[in-house]
Ligand binder design. Structure first.
Ligand SMILES: [Zn+2]
Length: 715
């Protein structure tokens, strides 16, 4: 569904965990820090990172020293002879880790935007050290006892609401990770984690092996239906692999998906499909089925140490959904409509096949191919025509316009050379309040693809808003992978890419609008943080944006109404496929973690669960279990894959509130509520509570059903 988010979320998780756990104390005899990557930021706008001076050779020393300083501070907090208070324990922890935080800002750029083989070596070397560093904090008994005392006292005598929430989040963070266990159980807990971390690595390496080793090579006469661009790149990949004159279809989504959509060679489609959906499931030494069973058992054992029935229950306690039942209820409510729509889509496709004289029955390797034919016939939407109205510069202006209307922000390019950047293509804007002129922060945009930059699009911060130690402004960035146009040429993008561009800007606005006092309250809740960014996507198709900014790159004419209508009409196309393939994976994720893992047969469990769900035979799960990396190559999305749909329920429901308001998507009162309740509080208020204040009630599922073109059943 939202591919571009995944890696980012994992990265954020790592960073926020480290930030949350890292500590530093203001001390007069603090050691002199010479390493540039740890040094205080100087210059305009409250100080900015010296991106123009960072060097890969400084990274290792910087991170090692940063961790050392941080651990010293942890010790200082843990060993404080005074009785634990909010100020001397929690607030000190919030204040801590400044050097390491700064180090991570550079580290993030070097790993995501400017990676090199040298840096990847350093990364491999540092990864286990980061993990050890975190354990040293989570298992620090004295520190935890102080946190617990503050927490217990706060249960008796509540602090200010935001302080209370910081204390609770901090305490629960420790408790959820085993800080309350006795010595013996703690040792077992750490041993399980260590074993799991190597199973996770093995799981990903097995998938990677199968991705690299099942390549389908085509000959000249097997290229029917494929575009010139696709053929050229397939030829290059084949040549790079020593198969000059052939065409390589690699075993990855970016290669499989377009091939299955356009290739006229049905037998080859079947082969490519089979390779892709068998990753990690080939019955050889790279097969993941046993690994998954082992992972499930260890996860169950670990949460049982904490007194929980199953992994899902443990994981969801601090999520918006709160319980696995709530998450399952949502998925099961949408499922029947999704599979019913698949049946309709299959019937449409079968009709097209019959009309073409193709004597076939729709199989999973036919779905994308015939869906594309139905799309052309039904919606007559030419994606190239749409592109002519989507210029990156104009879209950037459009986002700034929306931010002005909703958030009262002004975006002004900073004077050339006044803010250091890590690449000449990065542009920086100052963000100010329209009325007061007050500086909110800086917005960095790194739009183009380059060697060493990871794929997809993401948003991040170099500095977040807090006020507990003096007001800090926000340094936020958006990152994409558009192909850089020739000088003077407009960069034209697809409707999907324009939507993603707005999506990531939504994350940036969420960062800018924060009004929290303490850093911990800037954190995200996995099934809630995509909501704000998904919601902002909706402003792309407002009349104000279309008429002013979606203008033809040659004629300057706004996008014609008929084209807008076609785009909106096609929005519900193929939702049976999209929703079903996603939900099958999300439900499977949850069911695996609710089931008893003793003697579990993973392959059989998957088959039986799909049968019980009445999974349509014409399509597979988006991620079959043996290669479901979100869930088994780490814990980032384990029992959390449902979160995309959870956030989407809120998105659909909230956007209906705008659609119904007197001023529509630019209604002043609604905009104020949006900022006040949905964006500014970040995690300082319980998300469900925040949403209720915005909407006057809980979100209802009906809006999501309407958005996907599914029938809304009345209860
Ligand atoms: Zn996102």
């Amino acid at each position: 569904m939202i591919n571009h988010l995944r890696t980012k979320k994992l990265l954020l998780l790592l960073l926020t965990t480290v930030v949350f756990m890292s500590c530093k104390q203001e001390k007069e005899e603090a050691p002199m820090v010479d390493n540039l990557l740890l040094k205080e930021w100087t210059g305009p706008y409250g100080g900015v990172p010296a991106f123009d001076q960072m060097k890969v050779e400084d990274v290792k020393d910087a991170m090692l020293l940063g961790m050392e300083l941080s651990l010293k501070d942890i010790d200082a907090i843990a060993n404080n002879p005074d009785a634990p208070t909010f100020e001397n324990t929690i607030e000190e922890m919030e204040r801590a880790g400044e050097e390491l935080d700064r180090g991570f800002s550079y580290y993030g750029i070097l790993s995501s935007n400017m990676s090199t083989p040298e840096f990847r070596d350093i990364q491999t070397e540092l990864a286990p050290l980061f993990s050890e560093y975190q354990s040293k904090i989570t298992q620090n008994e004295k520190l935890f006892q102080r946190v617990k005392t503050v927490y217990d006292n706060a249960q008796e005598n509540p602090l200010d609401a935001d302080q209370q929430r910081v204390v609770e989040l901090t305490y629960k963070g420790f408790a959820m990770n085993g800080a309350e266990l006795d010595k013996e159980k703690k040792e077992r807990y750490a041993a399980i984690n260590k074993e799991l971390s190597s199973l996770y690595t093995k799981f990903s390496n097995n998938v990677l092996h199968d991705e690299e080793n099942y390549i389908t090579y085509l000959t000249e006469d097997q290229l029917g239906g494929l575009s010139d661009g696709f053929i050229k790149s397939a030829a290059k990949i084949a040549a790079d692999k020593g198969q000059e004159g052939k065409y390589a279809i690699t075993n990855t989504r970016s290669s499989m998906d377009p091939f299955l959509t356009y290739s006229t060679e049905r037998e080859l489609r079947k082969q490519v499909w089979t390779n892709y959906y068998s990753r990690g499931d080939n019955g050889d030494e790279y097969d993941n089925n046993q690994l998954i069973a082992d992972i499930l058992k260890l996860r169950r054992e670990r949460v049982e140490l904490l007194g929980h029935k199953n992994y899902a229950e443990w994981r969801l306690q601090d999520r918006m959904a709160k319980t696995p039942e709530n998450a399952m209820n949502l998925m099961e409510a949408v499922w029947p409509a999704a599979i019913a729509r698949v049946a309709e889509e299959v019937a449409d496709m079968q009709a097209v096949a019959n009309k073409n004289g193709d004597k076939i029955t729709i199989e999973p390797w036919d779905y994308r191919y015939y869906a594309e034919k139905v799309r052309k016939a039904k919606y007559d939407l030419d994606s190239d025509e749409v592109k002519q109205y989507l210029q990156l510069d104009k879209l950037t202006d459009a986002m700034h316009y929306v931010a002005g209307r909703l958030f009262n922000y002004n975006f002004t390019p900073v004077p050339e050379g006044s803010v250091p950047v890590f690449h000449e293509d990065v542009k920086v804007w100052e963000v100010t309040d329209k009325d007061s002129g007050e500086n909110i922060g800086l917005w960095y945009l790194d739009p183009y693809a380059r060697q060493g930059k990871r794929s997809g699009a993401w948003a991040t911060t170099y500095r977040s808003h807090t006020t507990f130690d003096g007001k800090k402004n926000v340094l936020a960035s958006n990152n994409s992978n558009f192909v850089k146009p020739a000088p003077g040429e407009a960069l034209l993008v697809s409707w999907d890419d324009a939507t993603t561009f707005f999506h990531e800007f939504g994350h940036a606005l969420h960062f800018f609008s924060s009004n929290v006092k303490y850093p911990t309250l800037n954190g995200g809740v996995r099934d809630y943080t995509e909501f704000q960014s998904q919601l902002l996507e909706r402003w792309l198709s407002t009349d104000e944006v279309i008429n002013q900014f979606l203008v033809h790159n040659k004629t300057g004419e706004p996008m014609p109404a008929e084209l807008v209508t076609k785009i909106k009409k096609a929005a519900t196309f193929n939702q049976g496929f999209t929703t079903t393939e996603y939900l099958a994976s999300a439900i499977m994720d949850m069911k695996f973690h609710l089931a008893d893992p003793t003697d579990i047969d993973v392959d059989k469990f998957e088959r039986e669960t799909l049968t019980a769900l009445k999974m349509p035979k014409e399509l597979p799960m988006r991620h079959r279990t043996p290669h479901f990396g979100h869930v088994f190559s780490g814990e980032g999305y384990a029992t959390a894959y449902y979160g995309y749909m959870w956030a989407d329920v809120l998105t659909s429901d909230a956007s209906e509130a705008f659609a119904e308001a007197p001023g529509g998507f630019y209604d002043k009162e609604m905009a104020e509520k949006l900022v006040k309740y949905l964006f500014a509080p970040r995690n300082s208020v319980d998300p469900a509570e925040a949403y209720r204040m915005f909407r006057g009630r809980d979100a209802k599922i009906e809006a999501l059903m309407r958005d996907r073109g599914f029938p809304v059943t009345t209860e």
